[in-house]
Design a protein around this ligand. Structure first.
Ligand code: NAD
Length: 330
């Protein structure tokens, strides 16, 4: 089975490739083609760091998913069975500064992939999306039928991509599946994101920038999902016969940002003097919360939900793999 993965040099894409190639049952029968533009977020040499580049069942093509002729050429040559679209501009703060690349990659790039997938009769197209498309909620959890209500240029570009994917399913019968996951944590996450930024700052005894105001001193809630559970769930739904379905993948571990910050400070033996209070971003979503009931009804079981011990392991990973992140954090 030929599996084309876009964005495989980034955080979740790398972990997904590693998951497939390490899984005794799955690895027997797969050939992976990773296509990635290697933006700033794909510069981490994750694949080389893991030795995946030497695996005979893996190959890499440097390609921008906005380059449709090149995509067409790749699909004709490689004839993939499954397509997993991880490629994206993924950092909300960057989308607030300038949304152009988000529109190009997340929307136009996804439509290019849907179109060439349609032309090449692929068996399944898995669009990797986010809980952020539902926007913020104070007191409930969204299910897959909840209204799309994104706040940032990032999340609205992801919502637009989801709608295009659904349109390709409805109009052209393209076998599309969409996954919407919570905040992932794990190894190889670019050190601009909350957890790797805070952990790597604290390794260097530097302050951590927490979004703060008098009314809202770090009380925003995020739901933390182990990247391995996300990879397991993405593969699990890709093997299901149903098409045109959306699956939420929750972490079921909601914590305020101040709670997570204090946990990290405590681990490193620091007090709250190490918090640098910064302004909330514009339209800062207060709480993300999704329900995974639909995924669980299909038979999926989460494996890595002990957040405290998983975060301890994560800190250890960033301590032990400094050569990986120091290159990215100049
Ligand atoms: P990331 O920023 O770490 O990686 C993105 C990868 O895509 C990089 O390797 C980059 O080089 C590549 N890329 C960017 N533009 C490209 C283009 N035009 N053509 C080809 N490749 C391109 O992102 P991530 O955190 O691994 O996220 C992967 C996917 O999961 C994204 O679609 C994101 O929206 C979604 N998601 C992420 C999270 C999370 O917590 N990280 C949560 C929910 C959903």
């Amino acid at each position: 089975m030929k599996i084309l993965i876009t964005g495989g040099c980034g955080f979740i894409g790398t972990n997904f490739i590693m998951y497939l190639l390490n899984n005794e049952e799955i690895k027997q029968d797969i050939q992976i083609i990773n296509i990635d533009k290697q933006t700033y977020a794909g510069q981490g040499k994750n694949i080389e760091h893991l030795g995946i580049d030497k695996n005979p069942n893996y190959s890499f093509i440097k390609c921008d998913i906005c380059n449709k002729p090149f995509l067409s050429w790749i699909f004709k040559k490689e004839k993939p069975d499954l397509v997993f679209n991880f490629a994206a501009e993924s950092h909300v703060d960057r989308s607030i500064e300038n949304s152009e690349d988000f529109i190009l990659t997340n929307i136009i790039g996804t439509v290019n992939l849907l179109e060439v997938s349609k032309q090449n009769n692929i068996k399944k197209f898995i669009q990797i999306s986010t809980d952020e498309v539902y926007g913020s909620t104070k007191d409930k959890s969204f299910n897959e039928d909840s209204k799309l209500n994104p706040s940032s240029p990032y999340s609205s570009s992801k919502a637009a991509a989801d709608l295009q994917a659904i349109a390709y399913y409805k109009t052209h019968n393209l076998p599309v599946i969409i996954t919407r996951s919570a905040n992932n944590y794990g190894p190889y996450q670019f050190p601009e994101k909350f957890l790797p930024l805070f952990i790597t700052n604290l390794i260097d005894s530097k302050k951590v920038p927490l979004m703060w105001s008098e009314n809202n001193p770090g009380l925003n809630v995020r739901d933390w999902l182990n990247v391995l559970d996300n990879c397991r769930a993405i593969w699990f739904v890709s093997q299901n016969k149903e098409n045109g379905e959306i699956y939420n993948i929750a972490g079921e571990s909601e914590r305020t940002n101040i709670h997570m910050t204090k946990k990290l400070l405590n681990y490193f033996g620091f007090g709250e003097e190490m918090i640098e209070k910064i302004n909330h971003r514009k339209a800062h979503d207060f709480r993300y919360s999704i329900s995974s009931e639909k995924l669980k009804k299909l038979g999926f079981k989460f494996q890595y939900q002990n957040l405290d011990s998983e975060i301890d392991k994560l800190i250890k990973w960033y301590k032990e793999n400094q050569e990986w992140w120091r290159l990215l954090k100049k």
